[in-house]
Design a protein around this ligand. Sequence first.
Ligand code: MN
Length: 295
Amino acid sequence: MKIVRFDGGRIGITDGRKIVDISALCGSGPAEWPPVGINRLIRNFESLRPALEQILAEDKGVPFAGARLDTPVPWPNKLIAYPVNYHDHAAEMASTGLANIQGFFLKANSSLSGPHDPIELPDLAGRQIHHECELGLIIGKEGRQIPVETALDHVFGYACLIDVTVRGKEERVMRKSYDSFTPVGPWIVTADEIPDPADINMRLWVNDELRQQASTRDLIVDIPHMIAVASSAATLYPGDVFATGTPAGVGPIQDGDTVTIEIEKVGRMSVPVIQGRRGQNIVFAKPFDFQKAKI
Ligand code: MN
């Protein structure tokens, strides 16, 4: 099943042609703050699933094409990300800090944005800002010290995720936490539709140029181990989002570009890029030699 948030915070289920609004069923709606109705839906999903399947079959809903899609989980407890998790990306970045050595990091939850929200580039003269094509993963079941063997039982579903990054030597969390730096969408596909997440193909284009192409079979730390490692440190909660890492082919984006991400069995979305006027600060206001820096 596909779960969306749309039209200013409504929660819906969709078959790709129509959306059925289930906000009331989730005790949620556009006025809800903080917007955690989707977290409750994810937590209670298995008991609600039969009713939801019936609603999707019987309710005529609203046309999918007319909806404005929002980021699926705007208020997770955590946005966890794995750096350098494909060998070919490690090679292109001349990086030895692989995900199996470094572990995970966090991005600001407020960097999450939706399929219809533009990526707003901060005004950082001389810096490159890169796209990273990633499989997004959403946790369904709470857990701590989750064993590798049962880790996939904790996955609610998957989504397309773009991890936007200012290149440089500063703290990763800062370079990756600007508003709109984590587009997620177009929906969450529940895990039952992807029985083997270890072989999912993904592609990313900037405008018409194919920049990234890979399969999750080339992950350094695979999905069960990502969940095990993260949960060894922190309790995972329903709605937590994982950015699972990017393959080779990262590169700069600029004002006027359109970034398109497509993940097999998950979906596809195209996000416009605009140049913002905000984002400068004393940290980035210094000379930066992109060629010299080992990024
Ligand atoms: Mn990344």
